[in-house]
Design a protein around this ligand. Sequence first.
Ligand SMILES: C[S@@+](CC[C@H](N)C(=O)[O-])C[C@H]1O[C@@H](n2cnc3c(N)ncnc32)[C@H](O)[C@@H]1O
Length: 213
Amino acid sequence: MSDTEYINDLYVQEDKVLLKIKASMKQHGMPQISLSAQSAKILYLWAKVGQAKSMLEVGTLAGYSGIWLARALPETGTLLTLELNPRFAQVAVENFKLAGLQHKVKVQVGDALAEMERLQQLGTMFDFFFFDADKLNYPKYLQLALSMAEPGAIIAADNTLWQGRVFDPASIRPTTKSVRIFNKMLAENNRLESIIIPIGDGLSIARVNDKLL
Ligand SMILES: C[S@@+](CC[C@H](N)C(=O)[O-])C[C@H]1O[C@@H](n2cnc3c(N)ncnc32)[C@H](O)[C@@H]1O
């Protein structure tokens, strides 16, 4: 038994809804790139501990991570999740209904960057962000999130070890450079306290401090 199996057996049970969603993704020919159950449980707990009430997710896919996040919200809490692909978004809408979470979740179809810029102009604020989409825009997503973050907000992001390429000097792909910049921004911005949890492909967690340090 691996450590992951041991931890999951004890602490990370996926219920029927989550298992059904994974199966439906295969049926719809969708990529199997949802967050791991272990990472999802960490985000779920983080959101609960921080008593998150207004969440923004970038990258919905079929709604797997969104369901974990929305389950951490109080009844009056909201999750806005952004998805470029209308077909994926439609599957996600059905899955949020299946999970009985449609009253808390809105799936917005379109480019996340454009949508975040629109939300920023409207003065919308969030207390929990999760980035799990195109890595090239991670630095821009972070800048926008910082301008829409409530004091004490959490900013989380998946794939921040980028299969080890971020600490391999030989890797000079644009996506690697972008994730490196994002990680450096999380480390050096004096409004943030951050860490990468070495789980899956690297899960970053940052807290936006109440005031400038
Ligand atoms: C890794 S998947 C998200 C997985 C999901 N968070 C989960 O764990 O269940 C990345 C998703 O981001 C979407 N995406 C990619 N670029 C995007 C963009 N510019 N705006 C919005 N969504 C985007 C993709 O279509 C894909 O569904």
